[in-house]
Design a protein around this ligand. Structure first.
Ligand SMILES: O=C(NCc1cccc(CNc2ccc3[nH]ncc3c2)c1)c1cc(-c2ccc(F)cc2)cc(O)c1O
Ligand SMILES: [Mg+2]
Length: 214
């Protein structure tokens, strides 16, 4: 049996990116996905929007749902202020194994906690496990039908506070219609759509930014 796409992506990072240089890891993955094999990283176009939102929020505590190969994990972590940390949840153990090595190559492992398992199990344990009171920023990029249940779970677990920012990938492609309905028609959220394109293509996609109003 041969290698998987995430394993080939990891090889491209190890060959082409400088150890300890997050930007070169990001560039190596984008190059691989444009010139060798498409992969479901948020990509450079939506990634620039992600960067601007993370820089604006400057979170002390951030959560990512859906690590995959660690591309957006590195994008977020490289912009965190000193002492801040990113918790990233990944259900698929093969993805998690690749992500750990991509993250190690970037040199940002001290800012990142990768937790393996389903979000439904991990979210209720975040407070006790990481000693956090609330989340400043959440990036949703896992199974699209989990965006609504997990947002409700974050609310129920008291992990959102007035001003917490949720940023959701793929609200157009593959699409998260129930999520858009939930955050856009809910008085407890102020939502805004950032139009873009599906990673490495010219298919329409975008990010939805939603501020929790408390
Ligand atoms: O579906 C997507 N991503 C989610 C995903 C997908 C597969 C496996 C996992 C396993 N990881 C996982 C699961 C459950 C979890 N619970 N908590 C953590 C956690 C982690 C996650 C996706 C698809 C496309 C896409 C594909 C094809 C196409 F034509 C157009 C577009 C583009 C994207 O940017 C995407 O993000
Ligand atoms: Mg995505």
């Amino acid at each position: 049996t041969g290698s998987s796409r995430p394993q080939r992506l990891l090889k491209a990072v190890q060959r082409n990116a400088a150890k300890g240089d997050p930007q070169s890891v990001i560039s190596a993955i984008d190059y691989f996905c444009r010139h060798s094999e498409w992969a479901m990283n948020v990509g450079d176009e939506k990634g620039s929007i992600l960067d601007s939102v993370v820089s604006e929020v400057s979170p002390t505590t951030a959560l990512e749902l859906g690590t995959y190969c660690g591309y957006s994990t590195v994008r977020i972590a490289r912009l965190l202020p000193p002492g801040a940390s990113l918790i990233t949840l990944e259900f698929n153990p093969d993805y998690a194994a690749v992500a750990r090595q991509v993250i190690a190559h970037s040199g940002l492992q001290d800012k990142i906690h990768l937790v393996e398992g389903p979000s439904g199990d991990s979210i209720p344990k975040l407070k006790e496990r990481f000693g956090i009171t609330s989340l400043d920023f959440v990036f949703l990029d896992h199974w699209k039908d989990r965006y609504v249940p997990d947002t409700k779970l974050l609310e129920e677990c008291g992990l959102l506070r007035k001003g917490s920012v949720l940023l959701a990938d793929n609200v157009i492609c593959p699409g998260a219609p129930e999520y858009l309905d939930y955050v856009r028609n809910n008085p407890r959220y102020e939502s805004r759509y950032f139009q873009s394109h599906l990673e490495y293509t010219n298919v329409e996609d975008g990010l939805e930014k939603s501020v929790f109003l408390g």
